[in-house]
Design a binder for this molecule. Structure first.
Ligand code: FAD
Ligand code: NAI
Length: 478
């Protein structure tokens, strides 16, 4: 006999677990099947984000930033520490504690919201009238048959493999390995100057590695506003000390017993050979659909292997939905979660809406990089006339007090209507500051709206205020 549910979510990452909680809140009998295990083989909800992504990377970014500041910036405050020591195993243990607290928190939320949790791999078996018959291969070896009126697929993504290179998470690492290097490698190579490459490269550089980043694209951070990307590259190379090579072509990669040799061609066409103690491969991620048995029910995939969905996350099959990294759009945890909530509400007959233009992006390097809406390049390409207001953190009292007077806020607003079209920040706590811009854009605010709002003094948010004033050429402190 199969167990019957109104809604079954496959995947317990930030897309899936949030969808399950919301579906249950809306009165549906809900289950979630998730395959991730901890090192003891127990269920570890939260997906990539909590186990090997957002949260552990931010834990290590914080530890390494503290170490870097103690080594390089405490002196500016008149604080000396004597000989500084680092215990990488303790940093990793702290990271693990944070993961465990978070994943345990999801298990608690499932209990609280009466979501039934299956620990194993879920797949389609057949259609069952208007419903779907699923099979969960549980971690204890048993098989559970489950019938679902609605299925939400939230199986996430995995690292994109570089052809001919085996990731062993000992010498050649993906995100999981990069988050668990047991001691600081002397020479760290990173393939891909994307978000993971820059965040993980920063962690290990701050802790003492020589870090060389090899990026295929000629432009650095192609998705970001060009001015922001230029400023970020300046700080990441000069202050953090990353060596960033763009426009390279990766050739043969050979893992030896203790190191990895990478042959590559630089942007001028010269052959280069680098030897690294560890190599991180971070060249993007691919959707997880292989284990779903999509063929059994005729679930359509795109050419890129994502589940094909419309703007509402509906697949080609009635009552089958897909959200998060496994579908089109940015691979971001908050995008996955918001799609999860929206799908649960659609199943309940509600009409939620997500504005994909207003999804914030954050890169947690030092300084942080964050943006929402259109870049200057996108506006130019679309022929939109805009005005621009900019403010430097070097003129913001709070930033100087923090010792973080670098970077800027740039606001772009429509030349005629003054509606805010994009906000781009490189600087301290950009991850937090961007929230005001997201709220403003969601409410179709004008730059004048922000200019007329009282911002606390002294605060970093005054930089956003000043950027808004500068859109009207009436900046007070620049
Ligand atoms: P996932 O989190 O990948 O979860 C999918 C879950 O489904 C997993 O638990 C998987 O085991 C399970 N699963 C897969 N197939 C099956 C199956 N057949 N049956 C059962 N279970 C299955 N995003 C941000 O917004 N901010 C960040 O700071 C950030 N940092 C990141 C850092 C790193 C190093 C990485 C790798 C990613 C980071 N991301 C960040 C991206 C973020 O982790 C993803 O966008 C997010 O986790 C996607 O959520 P999801 O629910 O779609 O999938
Ligand atoms: P990415 O897409 O951000 O960057 C991959 C980089 O690798 C690109 O710059 C690409 O041009 C380059 N590349 C591709 N093939 C290459 C090759 N053969 N040789 C050299 N370079 C090559 O992907 P990344 O960093 O792997 O991260 C995956 C996803 O995870 C991101 O898209 C992001 O959405 C998410 N993420 C988000 C974070 C955040 O929000 N702070 C942090 C980390 C990851």
């Amino acid at each position: 006999m199969s167990k019957e549910f109104d809604v079954v979510v496959i995947g317990g990452g930030p897309g899936g677990y949030v969808a399950a909680i919301r579906a249950s809140q809306l009165g549906f009998n809900t289950a979630c099947i998730d395959a991730t295990s901890d090192k003891d083989g127990k269920a570890s909800l939260g997906g990539t984000c909590l186990n090997v992504g957002c949260i552990p990377s931010k834990a290590l970014l914080q530890s390494s930033e503290n170490y870097f500041n103690a080594a390089h910036h405490f002196g500016d405050h008149g604080i000396s520490t004597g000989t500084l020591k680092m215990d990488v195993s303790k940093m990793l243990a702290r990271k693990q504690e944070i993961i465990t607290k978070n994943t345990g928190g999801i298990a608690y939320l499932f209990k609280k919201n009466k979501v039934t949790s299956f620990h194993g791999v879920g797949a389609f078996k057949a259609k069952a009238g208007d419903a779907y018959l699923l099979e969960a291969k549980l971690a204890d070896g048993t098989i559970e048959e489950i019938t679902a009126k609605h299925v939400i697929i939230a199986t996430g993504s995995s690292v994109r493999q570089l052809p001919g290179v085996t990731i062993d998470n000992h010498l050649v690492l993906d995100n999981e390995g990069a988050l668990a290097i047991p001691s600081v490698p002397k020479r760290l190579g990173v393939i891909g100057a994307g978000v993971i490459g820059l965040e993980m490269g920063s962690v290990w550089k701050r802790l003492g590695s020589e870090v060389t980043v090899l990026e295929a694209m000629p432009a650095f951070l192609g998705a970001a506003d060009e001015q922001v990307a230029r400023e970020a590259k300046k700080f990441l190379t000069k202050e953090t000390g990353l060596v960033i090579n763009t426009g390279v072509k990766i050739g043969e990669i050979k893992a030896g017993k203790k190191d990895v040799t990478v042959h590559w061609t630089d942007t001028a066409g010269a052959e280069q050979v680098s030897v690294f103690d560890k190599l991180v491969v971070a060249i993007g991620r691919v959707p997880n659909t292989a284990g779903l048995n999509a063929e059994a029910v005729g679930l359509a995939l795109t050419e890129r292997g994502q589940i094909e969905v419309n703007d509402d996350c509906q697949s080609n099959l009635p009552n089958v939905w897909a959200i998060g990294d496994v579908v089109r759009g940015p691979m971001l945890a908050h995008k996955a979660s918001d799609e999860g909530v929206a799908v649960a509400e659609r199943i309940a007959g509600q009409h939620p809406h997500i504005d994909f233009n207003n999804i914030p992006w954050v890169i947690y390097t030092s300084p942080e990089i964050a943006w929402v809406g259109k870049t200057e390049e996108q506006l130019k390409a679309a022929g939109v006339e805009y005005k621009k207001g900019q403010f430097l953190f070097s003129a913001n009292g709070r930033a100087l007090a923090l010792g973080e007077g670098k970077g800027f806020v740039k606001m772009l607003a429509d030349k005629t209507t003054d509606r805010i079209l994009g906000v781009h920040i490189v600087g301290p706590f950009a991850s937090e500051l961007i929230a005001e811009a997201v709220v403003a854009m969601e409410f179709n605010a004008s730059s004048e709206d922000i200019a007329r709002i009282v911002h606390a003094h002294p605060s970093l948010s005054e930089a956003l205020h000043e950027a808004a004033l500068a859109c009207d050429k009436r900046g007070l402190h620049s």
